[in-house]
Design a protein around this ligand. Structure first.
Ligand SMILES: [Fe+2]
Length: 218
């Protein structure tokens, strides 16, 4: 199958509408960009093989960095608001990245219908994950920050504060670890320790709550 053969499968471009609104400005802006990239790819698929392949390469490159940015921001907000449905949601993010990389691999191996297939996959992602799962989180988030008595702007400041606090905590912990293990400890050992600490911080809601209390008191 080539792009021309599969053109009948290319749906119309999608327009931004209320179904996709999560209610968190930064995330909505990122999703709008995602939708725009998807539409550009749709457009390119109807133009011709060379244009579609160029557009595909650009979309894949942007999609990898853009998705990482969207997902990490969403996941930070999950932590901050102690969202319960984290595992299933994160699994969807992981599957998305795997799918994108598979498209890239297929393309590199010369499978020509991939650009069209990627456009349809992205459209499906927007109408399922964004419109359902992200929207569900958006509703929870709005209720939660209301309960925490903070504004969306304060939430962003809080996130930055938590990051700085963690960086400081990491550097203090690393200093202690170096003292414990001595100067000869390998980078790998230190890296492993950081991973363990990070996993602990992420999983431990009490630490998250402590971050919150400390940051609020600054
Ligand atoms: Fe998400």
């Amino acid at each position: 199958m080539n792009i021309r053969d599969s053109q009948s499968n290319v749906s119309n471009k999608i327009s931004w509408n209320d179904n996709y609104v999560v209610g968190i400005k930064k995330i909505d802006d990122q999703h709008k960009e995602l939708l725009s990239m998807t539409n550009d790819l749709f457009e390119a698929c109807t133009t011709g093989v060379d244009v579609a392949e160029d557009s595909f390469k650009n979309t894949i490159r942007m999609m990898v960095s853009h998705s990482k940015e969207i997902f990490s921001h969403e996941e930070e907000l999950f932590e901050l608001t102690a969202y319960a449905d984290v595992a299933a949601h994160k699994a969807q993010h992981r599957d998305f990245m795997i799918n994108i990389l598979e498209h890239q691999k297929k393309f590199q191996s010369g499978v020509r219908y991939v650009p069209n297939s990627l456009a349809r996959f992205l459209m499906e992602w927007i109408s399922s994950h964004v419109a359902v799962d992200d929207k569900k989180f958006g509703i929870y988030y709005a209720e939660k920050i209301d309960e925490m008595k903070i504004t969306p702007q304060q939430t962003q400041k809080l996130l930055m504060g938590v990051k700085k606090f963690r960086q400081l905590a990491f550097s203090m912990l690393l200093t202690h670890l170096k003292e414990i293990y001595g100067k000869n400890s390998s980078e790998e050992t230190v890296h492993k320790c950081v991973e363990v600490i990070n996993a602990f911080l992420i999983k431990n809601r009490k630490v998250m709550a402590a971050d919150y209390v400390i940051i609020k008191s600054l």
